[in-house]
Design a protein around this ligand. Structure first.
Ligand SMILES: CC(C)(COP(=O)(O)OP(=O)(O)OC[C@H]1O[C@@H](n2cnc3c(N)ncnc32)[C@H](O)[C@@H]1O)[C@@H](O)C(=O)NCCC(=O)NCCS
Ligand SMILES: Nc1ncnc2c1ncn2[C@@H]1O[C@H](COP(=O)(O)OP(=O)(O)OP(=O)(O)O)[C@@H](O)[C@H]1O
Length: 292
């Protein structure tokens, strides 16, 4: 736990990078980069995700230092936005121009700010609410970019990564975290509990990555197939495990990838870890990315 800006920044940056690495390491993820393959991505691979995660450490550290013990405000929003945009440049330099973690910088970056504004031990819901409050201030210096997300938001009327943050990350606090906790309670092994949390996100999120690559048909298919996995009892059942592989194949056939759900899984693992640290709960022995 932290008492100074320096300690807060070091701790939160370590946990943020660990969350990105744990998301990448989780295998097998449908359509996404994992330890086995690059999913639907031709310009991404596992080592690139790990390199990118490490390169972003200073970004998360700078966000935490800037937000330490402050309250959400227009000025803080714009300071964090500048650090986040610089983080995207660092990511692109580290990866030779590939977008590995744009959505993750946004979601985990805002949650890092949320945690740094509050006292150590704040609940995941309070952190997400505070991050949402910050995200609702407009960023007057944001460049007017026609991003993939902006294009499909206009076309399909979804609110994307920005909406999720501005609402206080409801898919993280009301869907992914409860699914993760429920699966653990049932004694489901940690990596399967995390896959259940990812499946729950895919079942509910309007993911602009899926929309951009595969249109409304891909988003609907992904949601329906993910709901079916949950209805079968999750990935720890034989039928759920088979259905997870069917979802993977369906996404690959459509060249589609649930990148937004992957980002929110990283956000979920980040908040879960802060909560477990505060409660003095042991880190699962299946957690492999603790030493970054
Ligand atoms: C809001 C962001 C993500 C841009 O969003 P936009 O939809 O325009 O862009 P783009 O399609 O390029 O990227 C969005 C990414 O978000 C993720 N995503 C997609 N759908 C969702 C969703 N429903 N919920 C959460 N994340 C999602 C995906 O990984 C996707 O790649 C962000 O890059 C941004 O505006 N950054 C500015 C810097 C800033 O303010 N930073 C502050 C925090 S660090
Ligand atoms: N394990 C992962 N595999 C793939 N994408 C991930 C993973 N984890 C997070 N993501 C998110 O998915 C996004 C990358 O998806 P995608 O390549 O579809 O985006 P894009 O660069 O906007 O699109 P395109 O490559 O089609 O032009 C990143 O912003 C990243 O945050």
């Amino acid at each position: 736990m932290w008492h100074t800006a320096a300690a807060c920044s070091e701790y939160l940056a370590q946990r943020a990078v660990a969350a990105l690495i744990e998301e990448a390491e989780l295998t097998p993820k449908p359509g996404l980069v994992d330890k086995q393959n690059a999913g639907a991505h031709t310009d991404l691979h596992f080592e690139l995700m790990i390199r990118s995660a490490h390169a972003l450490r200073s970004t998360f550290a700078n966000i935490a230092r800037a937000a330490f013990q402050r309250t959400p405000s227009q000025i803080l929003r714009e300071e964090i936005a500048e650090i986040g945009r610089h983080g995207e440049t660092i990511m692109l330099e580290a990866t030779g121009g590939t977008n590995t973690h744009k959505g993750a910088i946004w979601a985990v970056g805002l949650l890092t700010a949320g945690a740094a504004m509050l006292l150590p031990g704040a609940s995941p819901c309070d952190i997400a609410r505070t991050a949402g409050e910050l995200a609702r201030y407009p960023d007057r210096y944001a460049p007017d970019q026609r991003t993939n997300g902006a294009r499909v938001q206009l076309r399909y009327g979804v609110t994307g990564a920005k909406g999720e943050a501005q609402q206080g990350f409801p898919h993280v606090t009301m869907i992914a975290l409860p699914t993760l906790h429920q699966a653990r309670k049932q004694g489901i092994p940690e990596h399967l509990a995390r896959l259940d949390a990812l499946v729950a996100l895919i079942a509910h999120l309007d993911d602009t990555c899926l929309l951009h690559r595969g249109g409304m048909a891909a988003l609907r298919t992904a949601k329906e197939m993910a709901k079916e996995i949950a209805a079968l009892g999750g990935v720890s059942t034989a039928a759920g495990w088979k259905a997870l592989h069917r979802l993977d194949r369906a996404l690959l056939e459509r060249n589609a990838s649930p990148g937004g759900s992957a980002d929110l899984l990283a956000a979920t693992l980040f908040l879960d870890r802060l909560h477990r640290d505060a409660d003095g709960l042991p880190v699962s022995n299946e957690t492999v990315a603790a030493n970054v």
